[in-house]
Ligand binder design. Structure first.
Ligand code: ZN
Length: 319
């Protein structure tokens, strides 16, 4: 049995010194009630033929690694061999598959993005009226404000904006897009985080509400958050996701492909056509892709619920 001893000790919750000494690790004896860290030792040099051999100088108990496992787990020695084999298999799976996962986790903890402090998150009825009227006019409901973590601002760089946030699968803010509601002609319509804010542009608007990958059926992909929200209001089931900007479509292809059926809802203009074509090409081998063109010059939230329901009834695209 060649399971890595250190990992086994961790799994068995046996405390040891951090550093090995001449191929041995010293720790609390698992065979007697030991408060001392210097009475029991285990061989951790994998090149040694007696790798995993352990012995206590106080109670004189000890033996092979399987013997240790059988004692601590209260199972037979042959059961302990099985346990070790299974443990080894799991370790291998973790080492083969998790490096990327591990990087992702490290990446996430390294990411320092914080939502700007001036963004206000509160129940829609409490919003300042210009912001509330703007968003209500587009049909957004109080429960959507809560579910999709939508905020607004009255001061700072983002003053006078609705803040659509993206939230990653560990429920942390990843980024935002801030839509001007002041109507000022000099204001840019949208603002995004500056590079130094450390935002993660790979997370889609709406993504935190998606089911686990094995339950993903149908996704409606829209160009903007308002359209995604309009569709969410008339959907009996299914998920929505909004592209941050059409230039980032390829970014999202891998995660969108976790759905069996993807419906791309875009404007009838050239940008919409390009976004749809790009997504279809990227997804064709993974998901069933359909395309919906919104009526010329209309946004999803310009349509009545019935019109929208009818409009998003997808037409399958022959591949
Ligand atoms: Zn002992």
């Amino acid at each position: 049995v060649v399971a890595r001893v250190e990992a086994v000790l961790e799994a068995l919750d046996i405390k040891t010194e951090r550093r090995q000494r001449a191929g041995w690790l010293w720790g609390h004896c698992p065979y007697h009630n030991d408060r001392n860290i210097g009475s029991w030792r285990i061989r951790i040099d994998p090149r040694h033929e007696r790798y995993g051999q352990n012995h206590c100088f106080v109670c004189d108990d000890g033996g092979s690694l399987a013997y240790l496992v059988s004692h601590v787990r209260g199972i037979t020695v042959s059961g302990a061999h099985d346990w070790l084999n299974e443990f080894e298999d799991q370790l291998q799976v973790i080492e083969e598959e998790v490096p990327t996962l591990r990087e992702e986790i490290v990446d996430k903890s390294r990411r320092k993005f914080e939502m700007p402090h001036e963004v206000i998150f509160e129940a829609l009825p409490k919003w300042v009226s210009p912001a509330r009227l703007y968003i209500e006019k587009r049909g957004v409901t109080a429960s959507q404000v809560r579910m999709f973590c939508i905020g607004y601002t009255v001061e700072g760089r983002l003053a006078g904006r609705i803040v659509f946030t993206t939230v990653d699968s560990s429920m942390r803010f990843a980024s935002y897009m801030a839509r001007d509601f002041s109507g000022s002609r000099r204001a840019k319509r949208y603002l995004w985080p500056a590079a130094e804010e450390g935002a993660d542009s790979n997370v889609m608007f709406g993504e935190h509400l998606w089911p686990l990958p094995q339950y993903r059926e149908k996704l409606y992909v829209t160009e903007g958050a308002f359209n995604a929200l309009a569709i969410e209001r008339v959907l009996p089931s299914g998920s929505v996701g909004a592209l941050g900007s059409t230039s980032t479509v390829a970014h999202y292809a891998a995660k969108i492909a976790t759905f069996k059926h993807v419906v791309i809802v875009t404007d009838s203009d050239e940008a919409g056509d390009n976004a749809a074509t790009e997504l279809q090409t990227a997804l064709a081998r993974h998901s069933v892709v359909s395309r919906v063109r919104l009526p010329e010059g209309k946004d999803a939230n310009d349509l009545s619920a019935d019109e929208l329901r009818e409009a998003i009834w997808p037409t399958p695209i022959p591949v």
